[in-house]
Design a protein around this ligand. Sequence first.
Ligand SMILES: *Cc1c(COP(=O)(O)O)cnc(C)c1O
Length: 434
Amino acid sequence: MATDRYQFDTQRLRAGYEPKEHNYAVSPPIYQTAAYDFRDVENAAGLFGLREPGFLYTRVGNPTVAVLEERVRTLDKAAGIIALASGMAAISYTLLNLAEGGGRILTSPYLYGGSTDSFKKIYPKFGIKFDYAKNIEDPERLAEEIKPDTKAIFIESISNPNTVLLDIEAIAKVAHEHGIPLVVDNTVATPYLYNPLAHGADIVVYSATKGLNGHGNAIAGLVLEGGNFNYQTEKFPQFSEKYYTLRDIDNKLRSFPEVFPDAPFTNRIRFNYLNYFGAALSPFDAYLALVGLETISERLSRQSRNALTLAEYLLKHPQVEWVRYPALKNSPHYGLYKRDFPKGAGGILSFGFKGTKEQREAFLNSIELFHYHVNIGDARSLIVNSPQTTHGELEAEEKKIADIPENLIRISAGLEDAADLIADLEQAFEKAVS
Ligand SMILES: *Cc1c(COP(=O)(O)O)cnc(C)c1O
């Protein structure tokens, strides 16, 4: 079925899956198999030579995982995609694919805690160093921070936990003027609220654990590519390497862009990093993500509405120092929100608790309805003291640069009745200060 012509709400239900190819099963089957029989010797040679489409081993491809891949690829109008076992696998394979052998990544200070901590502790051991841009919110000056061995710019479209919005079009322009791609972690926004590829980004990564699946029941990640960036330049010699495994029928060695001209980036991840580092998504988790994705539009628009209702309630509360949510008129990101997020600002907001550390802890201990844990994007509402948990790896100076004050409390709005959520916060505030 040619699903490209359908609108988003139709595609999230239908893209990438044809019941008549699967015994007319309405719900995509879970192909719980490690490997696939070859039809014959010729088929085996064709599959290994990448000349024939099909599956040979679930580490590098599985029909259930492929439905998820094709569905999200269609939603984001991407040229290529790969599903992986987690958001962290999506980020690490992307950055290794770009900067293997050494190089720098220019990044934003407003990032997921696991990204920031791994950028400090792990990547430098692989020769990959990070520069935290001082001008990420001032793209005209961002060019000054790109060095000769900078291989990419890495940012989040809606940052976690601060909900900072950036001018992605302007940042993409600066990146392209310097021959480097822009990578956007679009986890918080999900394909429903924002499409970074349509705004100039070259690579998009998701933790599908969060709003994309939206039910807090599986860990998954995705990498997508726009298909316009030219990786065959001096900056990325790895993309011009010719491999024996990519040889043609006459045994001529070929590079990834030669074999996969439309999607060299994600195919290089599949056949190098997924193949040999092995963070494969299980068919069952792909199935759960597919089921979750069926309701992405209703979930994200309701969560955006609930988040705004909570933000407006908190803004007026005497026990609240400040509220950060892009859809609030006093937000420094309100202009970008109005320009780029017509469907809402998502479910994540944060506020500063006004009071002592003991009162703040009593507040969290008094919460009854919200779940107190580190996930986001769930159908249920979640609350957490990020500076002491999800961003607890950051040292004091790093928290300052990331603008995460000690009294920050993050909320991930779910689908409950907003009145019940407000009543729960209210009773917890009362207990905290009584
Ligand atoms: C959770 C998260 C990740 C990591 O994803 P996992 O699926 O937990 O590995 C990466 N980026 C952002 C913005 C996240 O919220």
